[in-house]
Design a protein. Sequence first.
Lengths: 235, 55
Amino acid sequence: MTVHRGPVPTADDGEPRFSTWTGKARGWALRRLPPDKLLPEDQPSYVSSWIYVFGMGAVAAFAYILGSGAVLALNGPTWFHASAFGRFINSTHLWSVELFFMFMVIHLWGKFWMAAWRGGRVLTWITGMLAFVVSIVTAFTGYLLQTNFDSQWIAFQAKDALNAVGVGAWFNVADLGQILMWHITLLPLAVAAIVALHVVLVRMHGVVPPLEAAASDAQLRSTAPNPATESEDTK
Amino acid sequence: MLGIRQADAGMPDTGIYFQWGDFLIQFGNLVVIATMVVLFILALVLPFPGRRSRK
């Protein structure tokens, strides 16, 4: 392990020079996402539009889904199927999912017609698409957990398709316990990880400007050129 | 007959359906889609509060 006494050594351009993998990782992360970009104090004026609200609306709905889902999981089905308050929380869990999907779809429409993959934002677009697809699978497992004839009907309609593509053993829609575990552990973790990566990528590249914004717009020019992202931004 | 009502057995209500030729949609799904379209249009045309005071 390298022990530094005194100031951190720097390269000719003033950038800190790290010798350990932890230091190099920190340097890489700081170049990619400096704290003022991760938690900015202001946004360009074009963000002052309702169409930019729906992404964060979807994140807010997702936060409620996770919170209400945790309450449902901790209290169990005899609570959320039998008691009035349990049924209420169960219903708000469903309705926050409805809001999550509605906000996500409006966000998708807005970004599609804004060509939001511009300016090196391809991975942001792809993670958004992945979040949508994995959310659909998560919501599907939620419908399978109603423990009524509706969920039985959905499961037995879906099983042949899932068996045909060879995932029936690991994703057996007729196995309530297995689907419950998918719904409350793996899939929420996957959605949360993808959404977190999506938001971090938005912070790294900035909010996409409208199509009509001129390339000479002062708000679109970085005050301090970032060599780590400059090559990607010109793609 | 089994002697129990559909709702008592946990059977979902079949709901209301609209059909135009080959296109068939359940009323609830149509409401959700229409709401999304309305919200999308409103988001484009409604002014955002405090817009002029922003940088």
